[in-house]
Design a protein around this ligand. Sequence first.
Ligand SMILES: [Zn+2]
Length: 267
Amino acid sequence: MPHSPGPDRRTVFRGAALTSGAAVLGGALTVSPAHAEPIRIAEPALYTRGDWNARPPSGPVQILAEPPTRIVVHHTATPNTDDLSEGAALALSRSIQDFHMDTQGWIDAGQQLTISRGGHIMEGRNRALPAIREGTQCVGTHVANHNNTTIGIENEGTYTDVEPTGELIDALVETLAWLCEAYGLSPDAIVGHRDFNATECPGEVLYGMLPELRSRTMGVLEAKGVRVPPSSRVEPADAPSYPQVPDDEPDQAFYHGPVRGPDDISR
Ligand SMILES: [Zn+2]
């Protein structure tokens, strides 16, 4: 079973405390108004890196004080397996990490969170979960030139012409609502990888579901009484560029478009 959040989270207030070992860049920690609010949306039950037996990162993961301004939805470009089990989900996380470290040469898994077709939610890059809890940002490698302002969710499967499982979508909505509250973001902040980079990711069908995902996420936030900002903070450099989707994108498991560019300070 995945880890469950503590029993008293409704009474926990978000603070500015950073755990030891976190490298804070960009000056003083800023606390958004959302962080003065009591937490209303419980952290989803999820599997930590320890649960899926992650390898340690090969280098230090960067933690930024400034929270992300966008939540990026990806697909993994892997087969749409019928195995919805916990075991398959944990194996997926290990496979992604191995590919990203051994083939791509990154310090760790690129994405902050992973959701399997069975609806199992996994922590990705090292320190991703503590960063969300703190309202800080664990910098990943998942969307070229925007890694320092985005958090990425890898959704298992290939969604060019079929929808994800209901289990995956339900878990994704739960995750999106949790992240929106944690970072003080409006559901408008939910975008697809192809909004930033020339790629099919997260697939034509899943990309077409983004309005529904934003709407369902808003529904969760409103039902829980979360104060939703009117729109998400977007710096000009962080605005989606909506490039063309390439016709000849490589057909390869785990390849879902450009994930690191010259503007990224991270690996
Ligand atoms: Zn992607």
